[in-house]
Design a protein around this ligand. Sequence first.
Ligand SMILES: Cc1ncc(COP(=O)(O)O)c(C=O)c1O
Length: 388
Amino acid sequence: MKPLNQYIYDIEVPGTRQFANKVDQYENTIDLTLGQSGFDPPEYIKEAMIAAITDNKLRYTHNKGLLELRETISEYTFNRHQTYFNPENEIVVTNGGSEGIDDVLRTILNPGDEVILPSPTYLGYEPIIKLAGCDTKLVDTTTTNFKPTANNLEQAITEKTKAVIFNYPTNPTGTTLTYDEIASIVNVLKGTGIYIITDEIYSENVYERKHRSFMEFPAIRNQLFVINGLSKSHALTGARIGYVLSTPHLIEQVTAVHLYNSICVATPSQYGAISALKHGDEDIKKMSQAYVERRNYIYSRIQKMGLPVEKPEGAFYIFPDISQYNPNSFEFCTELLESEQLAVVPGKSFSQFGEGHIRLSFACTMQEIAEACDRLQRFLANYDKQVN
Ligand SMILES: Cc1ncc(COP(=O)(O)O)c(C=O)c1O
């Protein structure tokens, strides 16, 4: 047979998947690996999707998505960040944030380019970069509270740097950036020609204060791609609704990639998204309150267990340091699953800078979180005894 794409072998099954495949082998497992809300989507979203099907709205839409949906995204974005994106030519609706990331990266990358990733990093970026024949440059954020600084970004930039991907609030650490922190990063990148890709899929999951976005800085507008979507904010991971915001000439090219990839997003999902964005604010608030309660509980339990941990300010993950027990997170998680049937994600899945940590999702029910904490506590108590 003829050889496959030469870069395909650079892609590994993600650590989360490798690990999730083991979960099914155990009974009575508590699964905190999932990056999705345990809430059901609100009724009015489902009704809008059902009505679309009943009314035979099952044809292709405009490649960029229904104009009404783009208008709704534009209004929703303006209400939150006082930044206007023209629904005609600055927005494209994609199959989840995932397709948006893929479309943007394939729009801008040439083989040999480098993309900077503040790390630990979401595991969905590197494979796409590798498939394009490009390299990642990981910036270690473990000594700066999991935040990239102007200084460590400046040091990572080379002639080959094509883009930097930011993801705040972050998967896996729950870190967010303040307006001033974004401003100092913007100062380094503005006018460099380097693309700024900001994946703000957790923008509605910021707990102590308002989410601040890179889009609030007009100086970088011509080098900026904003990725967002409804998967996390509206408990709609299966509806596959994401979107990309950028300037007209960049959106035109992203749309070209998107249309050859999938033509458009499923039409009933698009109608559901209009309803979600128009009527979802109260439900977002309710879910956020529940996540705060769960975050506070799991943070305090983990602290009491003596594991070093940052309090997550956003997203729905917590990322304690387990290296005092075992520096190998994959081994630690396997032992935890085998002895307590508790599934969590090894930190190494999020790059070498996540090693020595585990990621627990607190998007599930309070009951599951409480039981998970009991199991983790018991596991550590026994582990400690074995070590001593
Ligand atoms: C940081 C980040 N970006 C993007 C995605 C993908 O989102 P979607 O389900 O909208 O494709 C995820 C999913 O876990 C994520 O954590």
